[in-house]
Write a protein of this length. Sequence first.
Length: 164
Amino acid sequence: MRSGAYERLLDILGVAAGAAFGLIAVVTSWDVIVRSLGGGTLNGLAEIVEYVLFAATFLAAPWLLRQNGHVRVDFLVNTLPSALRHPLRRATDALGLAVCLTLLFFAALVTYRSWAGHNTVLKTVVFPEWWLYAVIVVSMALLALEFARRLVLGEDGVVPAPDL
């Protein structure tokens, strides 16, 4: 059983992403039905869907990694002797941590520059551009934390449930 704030945060992000995908399906279907019946379209809906898909995908990634629900290509790993599997998984977690920290650094830099430059997304929906980049910063920070957690805890970072 997970009870920490970190685990709750990841669970909230996972549920929020699922809710966002469901809401997108409902609102897009509603828009298609209304247009088919001769009504108008929801102005800016396509843009909003793009941004929500972007944010939900990035913010759900740490939750998926925590659940081991991410895409894994294990056919090579599974052919290795068990003595080599663990070090290879640890190496890939270390590589994942390095990649996430690198992306975190550059995303933070871009986010700051966008914020400092007062850049704005000017489409049907208008908002500060740094909001988009901040999603990447949060996602990469949480992914880096998850990879670090997996390195510290070992095999896939799976924590056994306490006996009750």
